[in-house]
Design a protein around this ligand. Structure first.
Ligand SMILES: Nc1ncnc2c1ncn2[C@@H]1O[C@H](COP(=O)(O)OP(=O)(O)OP(=O)(O)O)[C@@H](O)[C@H]1O
Ligand SMILES: [Mg+2]
Length: 511
């Protein structure tokens, strides 16, 4: 059970115990008091009636039944007279058998007695019976009082107290829930901050929302921890950036010297030519890796320059694809562009250099591992996850879902649903598809890790990559407020998707 549930339960249980013990106490006290009062009233009345009976009998009055009936009429009770072992009673409902045996015995022995009991004969009603011996006329007088009204009162009281108990318990639970929410609020601020930090927003600190005198220690040590973490990450990123930077100048010298040698290549013996070839390949690879590392460490250190410009999506994509294909040289094939008319007028905020690097990396990967990019598609996706199809008409939720289900396997669908929930604005999704072997579900997040080369790592000749390309793609997209993921293409190959928020209306850039 969580802390919140426990606090709620304790409040509820406390309210339950308190209300039921207070309710029980009031019930039994009231019952005792009312009963005692009724008993003493019954006794005084029975004694007064017994006196009347005695004087009547002493004066020789013999119409017992009518005498008792007049007494009952006046006092609302039932009288029984026993004289010379013969019982007289005016009402047939109360007979001699109504009197408990113990009380009868007591009275026949010459003692006045009172007993409260539940009558079996009268619908389990509580009754008080008072017995008074009248030895001077050789008689015993009994009077039975019904406590039905008292029973009713007590029942109403009991039900009321029970209802109050239930309501109090519910109020206790509600109070407990409120109290637990309140007391856990600073903790949820801590958890939100931790999530933000884990998501890369290292400047997140605990502020006023977690300000609670009892949690001061936690807040300050949390903030200190994040300060140290941030300082350390920045120190390391700076170090990486310095290393990459320092490596660049000797590399430039090396490549300049290599160019001189390459210019004279034909005059070199074949072995030296081969060595020169290997050196050249590795040097270019090394240079590219250092460039990538420098780019990455700048982003890590938070010192990356991002020049966002408002640009038209279709022009942007067309240009970047053209440049990317050109960059691939003879291995590059021109993919089919699928772009609806609605895309023509859309604008996004991008850093053109970064966007071109992203497209170049994706096209290069498609060429290296997927037999070349087949389709480049551009789609807009609304905040509710609905797409506008390539021919420009909104497909609506159902058709679009079916369409996606066709293409996506289970993991993709769950991912999409998750992303759609996070989207707060319309985004444009640009996908690079190929018809190669694709990327297995387990590798789909790993391929974006630095230096991850997957199955390509063991294979020589499948490109000369270092495994930094997709990590950089993700980093560039993050800097431009976009997202990156991979799914399966309709032909079973890989489909790398990047998404960028669309700039709304004519307000122009939003930064
Ligand atoms: N289109 C694709 N089809 C199949 N596998 C791919 C595809 N794109 C990338 N991969 C896999 O993901 C790995 C990581 O790609 P990434 O671009 O990060 O590195 P790289 O291409 O090996 O090196 P670099 O891009 O740094 O030169 C690749 O090594 C490859 O195994
Ligand atoms: Mg690559």
């Amino acid at each position: 059970m969580g802390i919140g549930a426990r606090i709620t339960a304790i409040f509820g249980l406390g309210a339950l115990l308190l209300s039921f013990s207070m309710g029980g106490l009031s019930y039994f006290t009231t019952r005792h008091f009312l009963l005692a009062e009724r008993e003493s009233a019954a006794q005084s009345q029975a004694f007064a009636n017994a006196l009347f009976v005695r004087s009547s009998l002493a004066s020789g009055y013999t119409r017992y039944a009518s005498m008792l009936a007049s007494l009952d009429g006046a006092s609302g009770s039932n009288s029984i007279l026993v004289r010379k072992s013969k019982a007289y009673y005016p009402s047939s409902s109360i007979t001699e058998a109504s009197i408990p045996a113990a009380l009868r015995r007591e009275v026949f022995q010459g003692n006045a007695a009172t007993q409260t009991y539940i009558s079996q004969a009268h619908g389990h009603q509580p009754q008080i019976v008072v017995g008074v011996p009248i030895p001077s006329v050789d008689a015993e007088y009994f009077e039975v009082f019904s406590l039905a009204d008292l029973g009713h009162t007590l029942r109403v009281l009991g039900v009321t107290l029970l209802g109050t108990g239930v309501v109090t318990t519910l109020l206790g639970l509600a109070l407990g829930r409120f109290a637990s929410r309140r007391s856990l609020r600073p903790l949820s601020a801590v958890s939100r901050a931790a999530v933000a930090i884990a998501g890369g927003r290292l400047d997140t600190r605990l502020g006023a929302e977690a300000a609670d005198p009892d949690l001061e220690g936690l807040t300050s040590s949390f903030n200190t921890m994040v300060d140290q973490l941030q300082a350390r990450i920045q120190r390391e990123a700076r170090f990486n950036s310095d290393v990459s930077h320092e490596l660049r100048s000797p590399l430039t010298t090396l490549s300049a010297s290599l160019e001189v040698l390459e210019a004279d290549r034909d005059n070199l013996p074949p072995r030296a030519q081969r060595a020169l070839q290997l050196l050249g390949d590795d040097l270019r690879r090394f240079q590219r890796m250092v460039g990538d590392l420098l780019e990455m460490s700048r982003a890590d250190a938070g010192s990356a320059d991002v020049f966002l410009e408002e640009v038209n999506v279709s022009e942007l994509v067309e240009r970047a694809v053209e440049a990317g294909v050109r960059g691939l040289g003879e291995t590059g094939s021109t993919p089919q562009m699928v772009m609806g008319p609605e895309v023509q007028s859309l604008h996004v905020g991008v850093d053109k250099r970064r966007f071109e690097r992203v497209m170049a990396n994706l096209l290069e990967n498609a060429a290296n591992y997927g037999g070349g990019a087949t389709v480049i598609s551009v789609t807009t996706v609304g905040p509710d996850g609905s797409t506008v199809s390539a021919n420009g008409e909104d497909k609506g939720d159902k058709a679009e879902k079916a369409d996606r289900a066709d293409r996506a396997d289970g993991a993709d669908r769950a991912d999409r649903a998750d992303r759609a929930r996070h989207n707060t604005s319309t985004v444009v999704e640009i996908a690079v598809e190929d018809a190669g072997p694709g990327i297995s579900a387990i590798e789909r997040t790993k391929v974006f890790d630095r230096f991850y080369r997957g199955s390509a790592a063991g294979r020589r000749g499948t490109g000369t990559g270092t495994g930094l390309g997709l990590a950089l793609v993700a980093e560039h997209m993050r800097l431009m407020d976009g997202e990156t993921w991979v799914e399966s293409s309709p032909s079973g190959g890989a489909r790398f998707v990047i998404s960028l928020p669309v700039l709304e209306g004519d307000e122009g850039p939003v930064w």
